[in-house]
Design a protein around this ligand. Structure first.
Ligand code: ZN
Length: 562
């Protein structure tokens, strides 16, 4: 690497210097001298592509010529695992830079419930400030208060206070979970503009990003081009009275901000803001290694609104490749020596209407009878137990964590839990149902995450104080959206199946020799891998994952801190 060569030259020159000769020592070959300090990159760039499944990466990697092509010349782990069952955005982002599973970092879902909490709304959003009375789950005061472990950026700051820890995304939860509690600058999109933490000013770079977004919305932009290789996917698939599969992201003059948000243009705006912050804060140009987290959300918005196998996702893959190239080129131009990791918070799966046409006849949508309100009503009919206030069963959808109303206690609660388990376990769309007690008694799994049982997958996103009384997990290819809204919400993730758990993990730094390692690794391995690569010493037991050696040959990047 460039810096290594320079430091070797400097050391060689010192070897010939007068003091060494005066002491009568022969000059040593430079390589035999102990290195004064590890060869640290100036910047860690952690990129998360929301909903980038290993399947999408495999499907499109042959077409990449931009940023992805560069990453493909580095260390390529095509089978990274978000090992846990709760394959959602908040838990997924929480593993990437903490090196901890949700069972330990506390982020068990995007939303969970505390039926005993004093406020009327029993739902809790993963990145809200529960201590602020102004916060609600749907309009949160954004904070990392619920994250129970530090992020890599925080550990870097503790070791060298000059380190800057910066995070940007379209989603507040991605910023918070990658940046953590001590973020020097953090920006996310809200409504029609980038915003930041309560009580903080918008930096000039964010003001410029907002002005650019407003100008783009006012002026409009033409539809995006589909590369020739998107051809076979350019086909309408009916969903209800509408269809998906042929949309090209035109931005009409004066369009609503959501038209921009659910398009590859959201990623461009986010990446441009990141570049603006690099300049404003001189990231990668200070005395300590800085860390910049960039979570690009458009992929997820497009997957949800339009599915994963139409022309829309094909266009997105092409545009994303270009946006990543633009981000890397900006860092190159500033001569910053950066180590980049790219991964995803979870995978994804297509809309069942298209899956059924394409060799998966069993693909279906979840039964409305599995919605918490319907389950609560049925349990009420069967047991005669009702809650004096609020629903009998709380939950965030037709699967996942389900909670019994706090007014129902003792024997009555046991009967409700029992009935909930029976009802769901006997449902043909349900793969497994576990009670909190069953999961609490399950040991943390070790070994290959591909081979874990469903119960073990559920165990790593279970935390007694936050998880449901009952956890319901659906069969493969059951989409937990009973009633789709084409253009807004037709497909999703969140299951225990590998289409939602498996994500790529790619590392690259200038000058490195690339390799491909197809064996399964985990996203909790990323933080220990980066820590070792930048020479950061971390206490034993801080991470659930292991360091991945990024040296293709006999060297070992995991031994720098030993
Ligand atoms: Zn996500």
């Amino acid at each position: 690497m460039r810096r290594t060569v320079l430091s070797l030259l400097a050391t060689a020159a010192m070897g010939l210097s007068a003091p060494a000769l005066a002491q009568g020592q022969p000059s040593q070959p430079a390589a035999a001298q102990p290195a004064a300090e590890p060869d640290r990159p100036q910047l860690v760039l952690a990129v998360s592509i929301d909903q980038l499944s290993a399947d999408l990466f495999a499907q499109y990697r042959e077409h990449f010529t931009g940023g992805f092509a560069r990453l493909l010349s580095g260390a390529v782990f095509p089978s990274g695992f978000q090992s846990h069952a709760a394959t959602e955005t908040c838990p997924g982002h929480s593993t990437i830079l903490t090196g901890a599973h949700p069972a330990r970092n506390g982020i068990i879902a995007n939303n969970w419930f505390n039926p005993s909490i004093a406020r009327a709304e029993k739902k809790i959003y993963c990145s809200e400030d529960l201590s602020d009375p102004a916060s609600t789950p749907n309009n949160p005061v954004v904070s990392a208060g619920l994250l129970k472990v530090p992020t890599l950026g925080e550990l870097m700051k503790a070791a060298s206070p000059a380190t800057r820890n910066v995070a940007v995304s379209a989603k507040d939860r991605a910023v918070v979970m990658m940046g953590g509690h001590k973020i020097d600058a953090g920006y996310w999109w809200k409504g029609n503009a980038f915003t930041t933490f309560k009580g903080r000013e918008l930096a000039p770079a964010a003001q410029r990003a907002n002005a650019a977004a407003a100008a783009l919305l006012a002026k409009g932009a033409p539809a995006l081009k589909a590369p020739l290789w998107c051809g076979p996917r350019d086909r309408a698939v009916a969903i209800g009275n509408s269809s998906v599969g042929t949309y090209r992201f035109p931005l009409p003059k004066g369009a609503k901000p959501d038209v921009l948000r659910v398009s590859p243009r959201m990623d461009v705006a986010t990446a441009d803001l990141a570049i603006g912050l690099v300049d404003e804060l001189k990231l990668g140009q200070g005395p300590a290694t800085d860390i910049l987290s960039v979570s690009l959300s458009a992929n997820d918005y497009i997957g949800h609104a339009l599915g994963t196998e139409g022309v829309e996702m094909c266009i997105q893959m092409n545009e994303l490749d270009g946006t990543l190239g633009r981000l890397f080129a900006a860092l190159d131009k500033r001569n910053i020596d950066y180590l980049v990791v790219l991964t995803a918070d979870h995978g994804g799966h297509d809309a069942p209407e298209r899956l059924r046409q394409q060799a998966m006849p069993g693909a279906t949508r979840a039964d409305k009878a599995l919605m918490p309100a319907a389950l609560g009503a049925e349990i009420g009919r069967r047991t005669g137990i009702t809650a004096p206030q609020g629903p009998l069963i709380y939950g965030d959808g037709p699967f996942g964590d389900m909670y019994v109303n706090a007014a129902v206690t003792g024997d009555a609660k046991a009967r409700v839990v029992n009935e909930l388990v029976n009802l769901t376990r006997n449902h043909p769309q349900v793969a497994a149902v576990f009670t909190a007690a069953e999961l609490a008694a399950t040991p943390m799994p070790a070994g290959n995450p591909q081979d874990w049982t469903i119960k073990e997958r559920a165990r790593v996103s279970f935390m007694a104080e936050r998880s449901g009384d009952v956890i319901v997990l659906l069969n493969r290819a059951v989409t937990p959206i009973p009633e789709p809204v084409p253009g807004a919400f037709v497909a999703t993730h969140g299951s225990v199946w590998d289409y939602d758990r498996r994500v790529p993990m790619l590392f690259w730094r200038k000058g490195m020799t690339g390799f491909e390692q197809p064996n399964p690794v985990e996203t909790v391995d990323i933080a220990p891998t980066l820590a070792a690569a930048i020479g950061l010493k971390v206490d034993d037991g801080a991470f659930d994952g292991r360091c991945l050696d990024l040296d293709a040959g006999t060297g070992n990047t995991c031994e720098r801190t030993k």
